[in-house]
Design a protein around this ligand. Sequence first.
Ligand SMILES: [Zn+2]
Length: 535
Amino acid sequence: MRVFRLELSSAASCVATLLLATICRSQDPAAGPTPATPTPTTAAKADLPDLGEPAALPQDAPEQLRLVTRQRLREHAYWLADDARRGRYTGSSAQREAADFVAKQFKALGLAPLGDKKTFFQTYPLESITLHASSSILLAGFDCKDFAVLPAGDGKFSAQGKVAYCGKGRADELPSALEGRVPVVVFEKQARGNGPGGDLQAIQRYGDLAKRLAKSGATCGVILLAGDPGPFGNTLNYYGLMPDHPQLSTGGGARAQPLPIPLCVLGGEPAQKALAALGIEMKDGEPIVSATDGKATAKVSLRVDRSQKGSATNVCAVLHGTSRKQEAIVYSAHHDHIGRRVDGDAFNGADDNASGTAGLLALAEAFAKGGKRPERSLIFLSVSGEELGLWGSKHYADNPTWPLDRIVANINIDMIGRAEKDGDGSKIQITPSKDHAKYSSLGRLAAQLAPKLSISFTSGDAYYERSDHYNFAVKGVPVVFLCDGEHPDYHQVTDHADALDYPRMEAVARLLCWTGWSVANEKDRPQELGKQPDW
Ligand SMILES: [Zn+2]
């Protein structure tokens, strides 16, 4: 699910001037033969805990539900959330690997391609601002190429001179004249910790520092992140450039206003090496400079390119229905996430949204192999660009590969792997809820089926605009979106596959399978109901 959006501006001097532009911003197993399945997933690791047997099916459940199992969901989630996927950043080779993974399975299941030119892929253009591979920093003899840049526009940039030690970058720590010098600042994790508050604080710190350094005559700044990068690292994934991590947009320029001078940020091992090369030791959270002070030199060479040639991909397939096959239900889930952090740790996005993609794949398999076809067709849409602005689903809704007026419903799956901490695991958030003006007979149907799978709904209306269903909703398509909501590991490097609750995912995915099956076979299309007193 998409985060709230923060604007990083050179003019920003206090939280009030940072625009919170949008709150956006993520049975009986023995009763039937196990069909042969394609095996494009990496095998679940042998040392994973036993998940137990899939739950018994409710009496009146469609056969398809039997194929939606906790084991299958875990296989998919582990592959997608593996460190090898490098956080599946939009438009990157890692995201394309994830898209290929999804397409291979659609193909193996015998689904028909529904992308561009009879392929499974639908590609959309992106503008990108890229840190060129030649960019480097030389700090007291330590040559570094793995760092992030908060840019001051595009083009070539270089600075060279004696290092100016600037502590933590407070106003009283800066030398009055920084002309011809390269200021080095050390940041430690700030007090507010992870989450939106910490991210806001981090952006403000970077913006304020760039302004102060520029005022003192510096033409760039080098920031070393000592210890856990925390929000200082996280914010770089939205507003910074890294060697394999451009700033992307769908047009109209950068996501953030350029800073007055570029800030280069080192984390993890490169930061530790730089601290050692510069003779800086951390004592009680304060950077202490040893005898090398005054002697070290630095050289910064940056090249920032702007290109209109970027792209990212959706994956789309259809299982044709029977008597009403001209009409379709779209199942959607985004497979991309936010990449890897400046210290190299990947944002694995297990809940966000390996869990939903695992659900989408499990549902595709269940419907493709589960026997009877539904009357209406089922479209499986695996989108990208969600985290950066719901781009893939917007592109699909604006350029549908199935007539939009014959898409009768969208069922969106984004973050279904984490049960609330103190509950019994039964609750999940739904939007539009019964309290929402866009509540529909689709939501009502899901609400009626939920108790059969021991699921209960709470309102997820706070997230109505924050995932891919929204782009269908604005086109007038009835939607339903199930989501865990935010938790401490949301958009953190700690969102790992071993923290997902697979039995609960099985129940939620089965509920969505059943809901889609029912809608696909009902005589009437789902209708908007408006706000209702009861589910
Ligand atoms: Zn997200």
